[in-house]
Ligand binder design. Sequence first.
Ligand code: USQ
Length: 397
Amino acid sequence: MKIAVLGGDGFVGWPTSLHLSDAGHEVHILDNLSRRWIDTELGVQSLTPMDSIQERTRVWHAETGRRIHFHLIDLAKDYELLKGWLAKHRPDAIIHFAEQRAAPYSMKSDRHKNYTVNNNVNATHNLLNAMVELDLDAHLVHLGTMGVYGYSTVGAAIPEGYLPVGIETMDGRTVSQEILYPANPGSIYHMTKCLDQQLFAFYAKNDGLRITDLHQGIVWGTHTEQTRRHQQLVNRFDYDGDYGTVLNRFLIQAAIGYPLTVHGTGGQTRAFIHIQDSVRCIEIALKNPPQRGGRVEIFNQMTETHRVRNLAELVAKMTGAEIAWLPNPRKEAPENDLVVKNEKFLGLGLQPTTLGEGLLEEIVDVAKKFAYRVDRSRVPAVSAWTKDIAATVEHDP
Ligand code: USQ
């Protein structure tokens, strides 16, 4: 297949591009390199030393003989450029990662809220609009988030996208209907993914676009089979308070002797997936497109659920790290249970990679190797969800 990977320079986009290229597909990365600009804005860098996208693709070609093409395009701002590219290349499939993906970054200030909404919603809408205008029947696979559901399980597992409801009719009968699971975002970033869902539902219904939305949990790990092949193919690895995600942060903190930054009681339960499984799920989704004219296909892309304090205790036991119990910069339930259905990917052959497979140690080793690149002052999470909470945030545990 000819596949456009929008946002192919990012944390999940890059290993996905390598994985699909390795599988024999013709891969085109479209990216505005915004993630690199945000590093510059925040004054942080990936723990792993990353080369330019051009250098990364050159090394991939030297290693494998395969080409990954790069196109510098801003989906949210350059509608005509995007449309022109799609008209010329007419990909068979499009994978859409091209959104600002950090909840803390999206809550930093009014400017960051505006940026996240404008960037994410326009990117998605420009893409859908152009596909319709060009009669492009490509399968669109979007990376969404488990955060569209909120994280509370009301005595029932969270289904894959749709919720059956019984509605009482005026003549007293009960009819059943499936609706999109009620959106319950916990940050501006997560809210943009809820808005994406509405855009997808409309374009699938109105124009028959074939769309798959992947509701992904928190990714952990850094390497995949392909990023291991050469040191210059290494994936980015975020540790800072805005972009670092919880388990990877704990592992890096352990490696540099920094107390593990648990927010509140650590009673938050979240869904997780290893980066290797994430790229496999995307390939599985690509192979199983929905019918034209059908509804949006939704998968829960996660393999395990864990409570934050249990993860901290696991990492502390494994490494001897201390735990710091910090005031929570976020507005979220202090404790929650979470049960999630993920039978669709399991049914299509996904073999989950779990925390117990020795990969946690590998991440600590990567972190130790590059520990000299860590700026300890950028470890604390200081983006507060409200002005009241901002006064309670600790800058240095
Ligand atoms: N947390 C800590 N200490 C830390 C960092 C986080 O206790 O040092 C807590 C947070 O308060 C939160 C939980 O860990 O309760 C998860 O935080 P996170 O930063 O790992 O994940 P989140 O902000 O939810 O976002 C990440 C990705 C996002 C993706 C989402 C999937 O950045 O792109 O959509 O995970 S999900 O969480 O399932 O919605």
